[in-house]
Design a protein around this ligand. Structure first.
Ligand code: GDP
Ligand code: MG
Length: 166
C-alpha cells in the first residue's frame, strides 16, 4: 500500500500531534522547522508493506492578501493530488467560520475525505453525537473518526483504514 494523505484543519486542532503519533516524534519535529509557504511533507509512515506520506496543508483560511490567496490556491492544488484527505476538528470547540471556510473548499475535492474529531479526551462521551451532528451534512464523509491524538485513542484504527484504501 502506498499513497499521499493531506491533513487540514484550523490551527491548534492537533494536526502535528497526530503526525507525531503516527510517524514518530523525531520526524515530525524535524520537518516542522521547514516552514514554507508551500505545502510540506510532514512525515512518512513506513512499514514492510506500506508507505504513506502525510502532507500538512497550511494556508486554507480566508485570504487577506495576495500571498494568502496564493497559499490557499497552492493548498487546494495539493488536495487535488493526494489520495485521501483528513479534515481535523477539535471536539471541544464549536463549528466556526474557519471550519466552514475549509468545508466550502472541500466540496470541490473529489477524494475520500475523513472527518477526524480530535481531543475526545477533553469531552464527555455524551457530547460526541452532538458534535458529529454539527458536521453530518457538511459534506459526504468517507468515514468519521473520533480520536485523541495526544493519548492515541482510535489512531491505529484510522491508520488501518487509510492503509486498506491505498
Ligand atoms: P496543529 O496546529 O493543528 O498542528 O495543532 P498541534 O498538534 O500543535 O496541537 C495544538 C495543541 O493541542 C497542543 O497543545 C497539543 O498538545 C494539543 N492537543 C493535540 N491533540 C490533543 C488531544 O488529542 N487531546 C488534548 N487534550 N490535547 C491535544
Ligand atoms: Mg502544526
Amino acid at each position: 500500500h502506498s499513497g499521499f494523505v493531506a491533513i487540514i484543519g484550523r490551527p491548534n486542532v492537533g494536526k502535528s500531534t497526530l503526525l507525531n503519533r503516527i510517524v514518530g516524534q523525531k520526524v515530525a519535529i524535524m520537518s516542522d522547522k521547514a516552514q514554507t509557504t508551500r505545502n510540506r511533507i510532514q512525515g512518512i509512515y513506513t512499514t514492510k508493506d506500506t508507505q504513506m506520506v502525510f502532507i500538512d496543508t497550511p494556508g486554507i483560511h480566508k485570504p487577506h492578501s495576495r500571498l494568502g490567496d496564493f497559499m490557499v490556491k497552492s493548498a487546494l492544488s495539493t488536495l487535488g493530488e493526494v489520495d485521501a484527505v483528513l479534515f481535523m476538528i477539535n471536539a471541544d470547540e464549536r463549528r466556526g467560520a474557519g471550519d466552514n471556510f475549509i468545508i466550502d473548499r472541500l466540496k470541490s475535492v473529489n477524494k475520500p475525505i475523513y472527518l477526524v474529531i480530535n481531543k475526545i479526551d477533553q469531552i464527555h462521551p455524551d457530547r460526541l453525537l452532538e458534535i458529529m451532528d454539527q458536521y453530518k451534512d457538511a459534506i459526504s464523509w468517507a468515514d468519521v473518526y473520533p480520536i485523541s491524538a495526544l493519548e492515541g485513542n482510535n489512531v491505529d484504527e484510522l491508520v488501518a483504514t487509510l492503509k486498506s484504501k491505498l
